[in-house]
Design a protein around this ligand. Sequence first.
Ligand code: ADP
Ligand code: MG
Length: 165
Amino acid sequence: MQFPELILSTHGPGETLALGQHMGSLLEAGDVVALVGDLGAGKTCLVQGIARGLDVPESSYVRSPSFMILNIYPGRCTLHHLDLYRIHSPAELEDLGYREIFYGEGVTVIEWADKIDSLLPEEHLRVRLEFQDEMGRVITMAGIGDRYRERWEAFKVSLARFVGS
Ligand code: ADP
Ligand code: MG
């Protein structure tokens, strides 16, 4: 089941970072966050915030894994950060052992998640980032699956200050 979408907006990377940090503080072991949006929309920026919210040490600098599809960071939960920009087919994830990652104990955040829709766990948090203007981004979030049902209100309350576009 899909919950009503939560539509937020940020003005500048600092706000997206702060939004990510709020999200990260609400994430739990086993959560999967699917990020969708064009190049430069702010996906990596959001992941940097999520890392902060998961207490990933500042010394582990989160960036776009340019040659790696997967980066793993220690934190309150292990953060698996996938960037699928360069993959051509979902089959390329087989070598990675993606099932253990997606259904494991860590938190998984996937950039370009729409490239692997068929492999995504049925239950996940879907986040779409869209350009509004140079500094403005509209960020739409939806919890998909029962896993997020009870937590949806907490998400809404905690992220309320970002609401409005
Ligand atoms: P993606 O991973 O989606 O390709 P990045 O996070 O790497 O995007 O880059 C986003 C770029 O957009 C950065 O250069 C950042 O400074 C800029 N930017 C401007 N406004 C915002 C905003 N509101 N949120 C996030 N990034 C923004
Ligand atoms: Mg990126």
